[in-house]
Design a protein around this ligand. Structure first.
Ligand code: GDP
Length: 301
């Protein structure tokens, strides 16, 4: 299944080391726990999360009087799954019951924003929704063309203006065009240049204001795209966007390209934002709704 295949690198890294550790240590002792901590940290799980995780394993091993490391294994996956789910997490996308739904997609250049928009458009189309894309990154060279390539690939129209034009004007146009076509969902691309954070954040705020003004209840989602291969960088980007935009959920890309899929745990623990989708490849159907259970299953085979 998709999770198993996409998480292959992380699984190899993780399971093999875990099995080796269990074989080496047979008996539960403090050295075992310390090496287990290192293993998790090496998979980008994040120090704070690892401490919590391993502390609770220590406690339960004591409580249940577990002496064999192999008996700890099922507990580890249970605890990992628990770390990935927080009460009240809302993993679904929100749609307007009648009328236009607008999703705003934000993130730094190169994280996989355009690709994720294309994949999301494909997914929604498959569900029977009609989708329009707005080429709101008017700054990065090639961004508009790249979105058009995706539009063609998945069969959805792209509303654009010339490179360099005002993104807020593009959004206004796109909303009118989506309404004229009676589209269900408008997905808006945005700029992701980081050279000037203040300008970028102002631009996003302006784009958002236009959407809010033109479509009551919109944006229905503000999805922040993060690249799983960048580890702690992804976390700091999330904090930066989170300070200025009301992000409603995350898309974590390129999990297929990293052996450090533990970053999902770190992100879930350190940020108060649900991961709604994960990217597991470059093709149009490589975007999966996030599911903690399947994710952990994918980590252990
Ligand atoms: P943007 O600058 O944020 O719009 O990033 P792009 O969408 O152009 O993606 C940058 C690169 O990452 C491209 O080569 C994509 O094919 C690749 N990419 C995006 N998502 C994934 C993913 O989930 N897995 C893999 N392996 N590559 C991805």
């Amino acid at each position: 299944d998709k999770f198993k295949h996409g998480l292959e690198k992380t699984r190899t890294n993780f399971s093999e080391k875990m099995n080796a550790l269990v074989a080496r240590y047979r008996k539960v002792d403090e050295d075992f726990f310390e090496e287990l901590e290192e293993l998790f940290i090496g998979a980008d799980v994040g120090v704070t999360t690892v401490m919590t995780l391993v502390d609770s394993l220590r406690e339960e091993a004591k409580l249940r009087n577990l002496k064999e490391t192999k008996d700890l294994l099922p507990m580890i996956s249970e605890k990992l799954a628990a770390l990935l789910e927080k009460e009240g997490d809302d993993l679904s996308l929100h749609f307007e019951e009648e009328g236009l739904t607008v999703f705003l997609v934000v993130g730094v250049n190169g994280v996989g924003k355009t690709t994720s928009i294309g994949k999301l458009a494909h997914r929604l189309t498959q569900e029977g929704k009609s989708v329009v894309l707005a080429a709101g990154d008017t700054f990065r060279a090639g961004a508009i063309e790249q979105l058009e390539v995706w539009g063609e690939r998945v069969g959805v129209p792209v509303i654009k203006q010339q490179s360099g034009s005002d993104p807020a004007a593009v959004m206004y146009d796109a909303i009118q065009a989506a309404r004229a076509r009676k589209a269900d969902v408008l997905i808006c691309d945005t700029a992701g240049r980081l050279q000037n954070k203040v300008n970028l954040m102002n631009e996003l705020a302006k784009v958002k204001r236009v959407i809010e003004r033109e479509v009551p209840g919109a944006p229905h989602e503000v999805l922040l795209v993060l690249d799983a291969t960048t580890g702690q960088n992804a976390l700091s980007q999330a904090k930066m966007f989170g300070e200025t935009t009301d992000v409603s959920g995350l898309i974590l890309t390129k999990l297929d390209g990293t052996a450090k899929g533990g970053i999902v745990m770190a992100i879930r623990q350190e940020l108060d934002l649900p991961v709604k989708f994960i990217g597991l490849g470059e093709q149009k159907d490589d975007l999966q709704p996030f599911c903690a259970e399947q994710f952990v299953y994918g980590l252990f085979k």
